[in-house]
Design a protein around this ligand. Structure first.
Ligand code: FMN
Length: 250
């Protein structure tokens, strides 16, 4: 079959497909702001977030050094759409006016979502989200510092995941600390549209033959202990059969 030809393109955004996250962060009055975002990736228990500097979430995270990353699944489109085009900032930042953003103080009520307390940090978790990660700020970096007209508009924010909460039905049978990817149905943003992964696994993964616990060494510091570091030793009495998952390299 003939190889398809490439042609040059320059989309204004390069959202090729990343999970949708609802970030919880604490406002000045101790209420919790929530906002959708999807420029997020994880390595070990570190996460990098790409955020607009003018967002309330960004300002809250830089000030309080805390946030919850709540992952939505593919059943939560209405919740995400209810939050799209809103900001906790009042007035709306100039950069968001051309895109029709509105200030909304109580985004929980607007999106029909329910707060529940976190264990280690002040912002609330979102009860409806199947995955919730309590995080603290490590450092932030201004993007595009080489361009005087664009410097400081967006930040790359590194956070450390302290504790992870998941719905029980997402766990992999027989393992205390594994999520079953056949059960986890993330919502993915591709460009500005929302997708799921319902078509299932594409095939057997070579990488998937490596025990997940062999990555544990990169999630912990031997120099400093953090809250949540021993979460893998919390036994619910229901998931104790994973032979490999109890063999920690450190
Ligand atoms: C599905 C979705 C994904 C988004 N992804 C991002 C993102 O990755 N980074 C970002 O800065 N804004 C993103 N936004 C826009 C923010 O939600 C928007 O800036 C919002 O005003 C932030 O709320 P806040 O000002 O209350 O923090 C996304 C919006 C939606 C609906």
């Amino acid at each position: 079959m003939a190889k398809p030809a490439h042609s040059i393109i320059s989309p204004a955004i390069l959202y090729w497909g990343t999970p949708v996250v609802l970030i919880s962060s604490e406002n000045e009055d101790s209420s919790t702001n929530i906002a959708p975002m999807s420029s997020a990736w994880w390595l070990g228990h570190s996460c990098m977030l790409g955020l607009d500097a003018s967002s309330k979430s960004t300002q809250n995270i830089l000030r309080t050094k805390q946030c919850v990353l709540n992952l939505v699944d593919d059943s939560m489109v209405a919740h995400v759409n209810a939050l799209a085009g809103t900001t906790g900032s009042d007035p709306v930042p100039d950069s968001k006016l051309p895109r029709g953003y509105k200030s909304v103080k109580d985004k929980w009520a607007r999106a029909g979502l329910t707060p529940e307390p976190s264990d280690f940090i002040r912002p609330s978790r979102i009860a409806e989200c199947p995955v919730q990660m309590e995080c603290e700020l490590v450092q932030s970096h201004n993007l595009r510092e080489d361009l005087p007209d664009l410097a400081g508009f967006a930040l790359a924010i590194e956070v450390r995941v302290l504790r992870i909460h998941v719905f029980e039905h997402l766990r992999m049978d027989g393992y205390p600390n594994r999520v079953d990817p056949d059960k986890w149905q993330p919502m993915i943003m591709s460009f500005q549209e929302l997708y799921g992964l319902r078509t299932g696994k594409l095939g057997e993964s070579e990488l998937g033959k490596v025990s997940e616990e062999l990555y544990r060494g990169a999630t912990r510091s031997t120099a400093r202990e953090f809250p949540g570091d021993n979460d893998d030793q919390i036994s619910t009495g229901m998931h104790g059969n994973g032979i490999l998952d109890t063999m920690l390299p450190n």
